[in-house]
Every structure is written in structure tokens, then in C-alpha cells.
Design a protein around this ligand. Sequence first.
Ligand SMILES: [Mg+2]
Length: 198
Amino acid sequence: MRQLRIGIDIDSTIYDLEAAWVAKYNKIYGDNMKQWEFDDWDFIFSKKKIRCTPESFFWISQHADVQWDTYPIHGAKEVLSQLQADGHLICIVSSAKRGVIPIKVAKLMQDFPELDYELHFTKEKWLVHLDVMIDDNPYLMKQWARLFNLPPLIVFSQRWNTKVPIPDDSQNLIVRAGNWHEVYRMINRQILGEEVEW
Ligand SMILES: [Mg+2]
């Protein structure tokens, strides 16, 4: 089997940032927001009326407490260790702000103690040499797709990104995965041309 360099985003792809973010917001502002109401990162466009400015709301996501309170998304641990067992190289690629990088690294070491991986912290994710990238941000993907010759992209579905259409791009494979097992199937089926049980 061909061995791949698999790029994986952290927030909302490996870790459920929104769950911790919403819980922190409710605690600070005495609201009762549900995670499913988080339907757009830009709250100007969200149906949910928040009790603070969009800037304050976004700031919560960058707070150290929130980063510590995140948990891996269902299936992430299992699939990442299976990808490693299959002989692929995991490349964590995140655009995290400097202040939260130590927390993200500590979380990864705590929650994925058996996993070996490269770590890349950059806003210019396209600079990292990859065979496939998995990220929840379809806007970023669309921008890159116009500008660069990219590896295949798997958009990790989250409630807030499902309304963003995935472009039909003949030069760059862009597909959407609803969960981590689907990511595993797509890597094998779409990239390697092999069928797997999962
Ligand atoms: Mg993300």
C-alpha cells in the first residue's frame, strides 16, 4: 500500500472545539445555547442571537480554559491510530494562535500518547507537503483550490459548514466526510483506490 503524508487540522476536526466553546459562553453570559445552534462561526450570519459581541464570542474560543476542556471527536483516536498502523504519516497542521499552541500540544500528547506525528503550526497550511488534507474549513479549501495545485482535500463536516457547497473541481479532489470512519474510507477508496470494511 502506498504510504501517505496525511494532513489533519486540530480544531473541529480532531477536537470538538464548539462543545467546549458553547459551554464556556453559557457559563460567562448565563445563556442556554445548544451546540446545534452554533451554525456559523461568523455570528453576524448565525440564526442564534448571542448575548455578547461577535468579537467577545470568538475570543472565548481562544481562551486557554476552552482549549483544555476540548475532547477528541468520536472516532478520531481509533482512525488516527489505524492510519498509523497502515503505515501512513500523520501531519498535524493547525493555524493556532501562539498562546494556545502549548496547550494543543499537551492535549495531543495526553489524548494520543501512542501516536507519532509531525506538528505544523501555520496559517499557510498549503506550505506543508501533503498527499491529502482533512480540515473542517471549506472556505479555506476553496481559496487554496483556486490558487495552488493542491493535494486532495477532505472537508470534515460540522454543522456550521454543511451549508457551504463543496466545489466540483476537476483538478483538485474535494470531498466531504461526515465522521472519522468516513474519512478512513475516503482515504482508502478515493486516494488509494482500495475498499475497506469500516
Ligand atoms: Mg478547524
